[in-house]
Design a binder for this molecule. Structure first.
Ligand code: FAD
Length: 406
């Protein structure tokens, strides 16, 4: 009997783990992927969907077709409980899947309802419904005060790494620059104030001084105001209010809501009190040794970033493959921030391991970065959730360090 690997969730981390098995031991393992959706949503494309630059279908990768292509099984159902003592996953219709190894890659829940007034007046770009609502509203932005920012996330006790006030501020940067670009392009920029807030001590808390120094003039040139240490409490029709009772005039608030894990993981006794799954450096659960977690659901993934999700999934899969093949070939998890922020005509690539004690803290601005983003998005979409080859990432890394150290 082949070992049964069950992967819950098919986003960056789920696909990352799946393709690791396919590449290394496809015919020696029996994989089942479970997702509540038939499509995997590529969230980095959502800001472009929100601004009408791309169609939604460019962000949606059908899951089942590509899992089945490699002779594995896809189940489109919602997971409602895990029974770690009996190695079982319970689905929405009470059907049961047994596993030898379980990879939890369910992403994080975006808790819009934690912010009073969000459902009435708030906007976001964190899922496709919200991105389409934004697209609908975008046409009427003239003369508005727009406030953009991420909410404070309360991490649980299993987040033993350095935590951030906001789960991920890259999309905030992207939205503010894209909005600035959009309004300038339509000769409407002078009518609109753009203010960005962060719950952190500093905007982009996850990168170091060098990136901040490079970003400041770009933010300044775009005439974007930044306010720090602001914890969003309430969104109203004409203002937003923060925990310290201060207010900002606001006709349109665009937010990243607080993140949390799903409640059923707490009920399954697998997660911490915030619903995030604790793991060791190999993404293995400290108590249930055949359970792994990768991506946004992992309590140690900080910030919540696709690049980190993929790296964690590669580590988790390599540990399982090593056990199955009885050959020690573990891919260590070496965290780094790598993301590309669309700024309209151009983009900014950020590569930084400052937060993890490293000394890379770089930005690369311009049209080439924009082309790299388009290249990555296209590769991910047309390869059905695969990552560009490792050599291209290594080459990019070397090239950037070389260019930027000149
Ligand atoms: C607007 C936006 C832009 C971003 N841009 C970037 C970027 O440019 N670069 C970058 O690196 N990161 C970016 N990120 C972050 C990145 O998208 C996430 O870190 C990444 O998607 C996390 O991957 P994941 O696999 O952990 O979770 P997800 O991608 O969220 O996947 C989780 C999967 O689990 C499924 N699922 C959830 N609950 C259940 C359940 N109970 N039962 C069954 N299935 C379930 C979901 O349907 C989903 O398919 C962005 C995030 C946002 C919101």
């Amino acid at each position: 009997m082949k070992p049964k690997v069950v992967i819950l969730g098919s986003g960056f981390a789920g696909f990352g783990a799946f393709y690791s098995f396919v590449k290394k031991i496809n015919d020696k393992v029996d994989i089942t992927v479970v997702d509540s959706s038939v499509f995997s949503l590529s969230k980095p494309i959502l800001p472009e969907v929100a601004f009408g630059e791309r169609a939604l279908n460019e962000a949606l990768i059908p899951i089942g077709k590509y899992i089945e292509k490699y002779n594995h099984k896809f189940i489109r159902k919602e997971v409602k409980l895990i029974k770690p003592d009996t190695n079982q996953v319970i689905l929405e219709d009470d059907s049961i899947i047994a596993y030898d190894y379980l990879i939890i890659s369910l992403g994080a829940v975006k808790d819009y309802d934690a912010i009073e007034g969000f459902r009435e007046y708030g906007y976001s770009i964190c899922d496709y419904t919200q991105a389409l609502r934004f697209l609908d509203r975008r046409a009427n932005l003239i003369g508005n005060n727009v406030v953009i920012g991420a909410c404070l996330t309360q991490w649980g006790s299993a987040s033993t790494v350095k935590t951030l006030a906001a789960p991920c501020e890259g999309p905030i940067g992207e939205i503010m620059f894209m909005l600035d670009h959009y309004l300038r392009k339509h000769n409407r920029r002078s009518n609109t104030n753009i203010t960005v807030f962060t719950p952190g001590e500093i905007f982009f808390e996850d990168v170091g001084e060098r990136v901040h120094k490079n970003m400041e003039p770009i933010i300044g040139k775009s005439n974007i105001n930044v306010v720090t240490k602001k914890i969003l409490k309430h969104i109203d029709k004409e203002y937003v209010e923060f925990e310290d009772s201060s207010r900002l005039n606001c006709d349109m608030a665009i937010i990243i809501p607080p993140y949390r894990g799903p409640k059923f993981l707490i009920d399954s006794n697998i997660s911490d009190e915030a619903g995030f799954v604790p793991t060791d450096k190999h993404m293995r659960h400290p108590t249930f040794k055949n359970i792994f977690a990768a991506g946004d659901i992992n309590a140690t993934s900080m910030p919540k970033l696709g690049h980190i999700a993929v790296k964690q999934s590669h580590t988790a899969a390599s540990v399982i493959i090593s056990e199955i093949m009885q050959k020690e070939e573990i891919i260590p998890f070496e965290p780094e921030i790598l993301c590309i922020m669309n700024r309209g005509e151009e983009a900014t690539l950020i590569l930084s391991d400052w937060m993890y004690g490293g000394n890379r803290d770089l930005t690369f601005n311009g049209k080439i970065s924009k082309l790299m983003k388009m290249g990555f998005d296209a590769f991910y979409f047309y390869s059905h959730g695969k990552m560009p080859p490792k050599w291209s990432e290594d080459y990019l890394n070397k090239l950037l360090v070389k260019c930027l150290n000149k």
